[in-house]
Design a protein around this ligand. Sequence first.
Ligand code: G3P
Length: 218
Amino acid sequence: MKLFVDTANVKEIETLAALGILDGVTTNPSLLAKESGDYRQILKQMCQLVQGPVSAEVVATDTEGMLREGRDLASIDEHIVIKVPFTRDGVRACKTLSSEGQRVNVTLIFSAAQAWLAAKVGAAYVSPFVGRLDDIGTTGMNLIREIVEIFDNAEFPTEVLVASIRGPIHLIESARIGADVVTAPPAVIDQCFKHPLTDSGLARFLKDWEQAQAAKTA
Ligand code: G3P
């Protein structure tokens, strides 16, 4: 399973990319709105840092506008993946952009039927939002199970990109189910590094080593 980071902050991407764990980036208008500076430059920097897929979302709501914005976003860098919302206009835009050879990420997926329709029009990725489903009292991961099963049965090449991740359990469950990609906020990736037994284990190794060195030189 690939790991993308869900952020528009270049510093965060730089830090994670340096660890060698990042396969790509996803952004959305809410995330980009938090950053200052020219969004085209921000996206370009991200592409240079990760050298992998960087999803950039259109804000137009009509097909023509999505096509215009999508083509413009794609011209920024070869790593850009055009993100469109799952609407009728988004589905039409996905069909056209995919047939032009662009990779499209269809976002705001909340049902298996939506994912299936997006795959039918050539989406490279579908982004089901598990956290937001959990937020309304349903089990988001059930949707991932359904989509993975459907895509396997249909042999769709579309990748299941699990989004709206709230913690490491979402990440691990996605990997167990067989999702292709998880996009996690930096804070969730941070949580994956933390374990009290790792910290105490390392402290003990170092203490034992120091004591042994001190005994040898005494
Ligand atoms: O990028 C889309 C998605 O990951 C949003 O997550 O936390 O706003 O539900 P969230």
